[in-house]
Design a protein around this ligand. Structure first.
Ligand SMILES: Cc1cc2nc3c(=O)[nH]c(=O)nc-3n(C[C@H](O)[C@H](O)[C@H](O)COP(=O)(O)OP(=O)(O)OC[C@H]3O[C@@H](n4cnc5c(N)ncnc54)[C@H](O)[C@@H]3O)c2cc1C
Length: 468
């Protein structure tokens, strides 16, 4: 089984230190296990290094720039606004990303989790080999949690190199592109498209399906499309991206729309058409772990694979690729290993797009409730009816509550509007705890706050609206 060296024994080993892996390692250590985490590239994984966090930093920089250029609504005028993008990137890398990843490293150490640098491969269902550029070591383990995440999908004709970028390339640009083409108008494409448009780029999004942000309700997407129209972001839908030609100092993108061939030349093209699970070069078959469709690992309600002592979490299992989903599954898997009777329950799993304005959803839409034969209704209250939104100058959007017809139980919510990413948590809690509209309506919300829109929507659902 083990050749050439002796195996170091571990209780629980975690592979991958993203928001799935590092959370799993800490929770397993809290449960009293001897834990090691193996990471081949960066503590914090995609999310902290080249995903959630740096993208939000660029989005914030774009907002600051736009507000500096135009705050005339508030009587503020400015002269000669400039952006030093090198400084923006240095702030993002050194102050935002680094402080978080260093913090995660410290948390791991504080919880006595051993950090092993290198790439892990399964030798069998109780043995791993870790390869480092200048060393290799074998470990035996009782339990493993696989949290190896995902990587950008490359499409034919768009090989990542030079001016053809994946999302990481898009985040790490040294200059703000004058013209920027994005293939794929999902959450990542729409967020970064909006960020670069705010930073001054002329952005074109080429999307294969009939709408951008297809996982969100049409009326939510319309609020973002209205903003894109104001920003001058061009959105081409039902279009087939065919090829990118790197001209050295520019890139020409060929695509097909309405049966016609079209081309656009830009400084860079970024392809964000989805991500593929990192399950193909890990030796999973040597441990007997089944791999399902699209490289995802089938797991039970505790995250256990078909091999009883090995768990899988995060982007490598079914469901949305979201950091908080990975962390949630991490805690369940670690606690299951410790013998706790825990199972996943996704009914209150929020999703957010950090567009302008933000979109956030949790639970069911009216259509999903109907498909599940639940009699439900949606109640929608506009941001324009809220004092805080008006005083912020951000009145676009709405809150919708989806409640059951017979007893007003909240089963879903969709928010399009400023602060949606924070507002959605109250509704996730409401769904998780089985609250009804009356519970929200009876909760005193501070004035003036965006949270009052949620209370107003609940009152609307009860037929007692004050502000509409
Ligand atoms: C641009 C962008 C923006 C995003 N924004 C958001 C957002 O706002 N909110 C949100 O919820 N999600 C967001 N996501 C998605 C989020 O980043 C992922 O869902 C999340 O990182 C998944 O966590 P994970 O732990 O499963 O995997 P990852 O974060 O991918 O971590 C996996 C880790 O495993 C390591 N690894 C892989 N194979 C091995 C091996 N064999 N040996 C050792 N180590 C290995 C990798 O190096 C990596 O560090 C974004 C993603 C991108 C790309």
């Amino acid at each position: 089984m083990v050749v050439g060296d002796f195996a170091i024994e571990l209780d629980t080993v975690v592979i991958g230190a993203g928001p799935g892996g590092y959370v799993a390692a800490i929770r397993a250590a809290q449960m009293g296990q001897k834990v090691a985490i193996i990471e081949r590239e960066f503590i914090g994984g995609v999310c902290l290094n080249v995903g959630c966090i740096p993208s939000k930093a660029l989005i914030a920089a774009g907002h600051h720039y736009q507000e500096s250029i135009d705050s005339t609504l508030f009587g503020v005028t400015t002269k000669e606004v400039a952006i030093d993008f090198e400084k923006t990137q240095a702030w993002k890398d050194n102050q935002v990303v680094k402080s978080l990843t260093t913090g995660v490293g410290m948390l791991l150490k504080k919880n006595k989790v051993e950090i092993i640098e290198g790439e892990a491969f399964f030798v069998d269902d109780h043995t791993l080999r870790v390869i480092h550029p200048d060393s290799a070591q074998t470990y035996s383990f009782n339990h493993a949690i696989v949290a190896t995440g995902s990587r950008p999908i490359e499409i034919p004709g768009f090989k990542f190199a030079g001016r053809v970028l994946d999302s990481t390339g898009g985040l790490n640009l040294k200059e703000i592109p004058k013209k920027f083409v994005i293939i794929g108008g999902g959450v990542i494409g729409a967020e970064l498209g909006g960020a670069y448009a705010n930073l001054g780029s002329e952005v074109t999004i080429i999307e294969g399906s009939p709408s951008i942000l297809p996982t969100y309700e049409k009326d939510m997407v319309k609020v973002v499309l209205d903003d894109f129209a104001k920003k001058g972001v061009k959105v081409v839908t039902s279009a087939l991206a065919k090829e990118a030609i790197d001209n050295g100092d520019s890139v020409t993108v060929k695509y097909q729309v309405d049966g016609q061939e079209a081309t656009i030349t830009a400084d860079y093209v970024m392809v964000t058409v989805g991500r593929r699970a990192n399950t193909d070069d890990l030796g999973l078959e040597q441990a007997g772990i089944e791999i399902g469709e699209r490289g995802l690992i089938p797991v039970d309600s505790q995250g256990r694979t078909n091999v009883a002592n090995i768990f899988a979490i995060g982007d490598i299992v079914a469901g949305a690729s979201l950091a908080h989903k990975a962390s949630y599954e991490a805690k369940i898997a670690a606690e299951a290993i410790a013998g706790k009777k825990v199972v996943v329950d996704y009914k209150a799993m929020p999703a957010v797009a950090f567009t302008d304005p933000e979109l956030a959803s949790v639970g069911m839409t009216v259509a999903e409730a109907k498909a599940a034969s639940i009699e439900a209704k949606g109640y929608k209250f506009p941001f324009a009816g809220n004092g805080r939104a008006i005083s912020l100058g951000k009145t676009e959007g709405f809150v919708r509550l989806v409640t059951t017809v017979d007893d007003n139980v909240i089963i879903g919510a969709q928010i399009a509007g400023v602060g949606a990413s924070d507002m959605i948590s109250e509704l996730a809690l409401a769904i998780e705890s089985g609250m009804n509209a009356e519970d929200i309506a009876l909760t005193i919300h501070p004035h003036p706050s965006l949270g009052e829109i949620t209370m107003d929507t609940a009152e609307l659902a009860l037929g007692l609206p004050i502000h509409i």
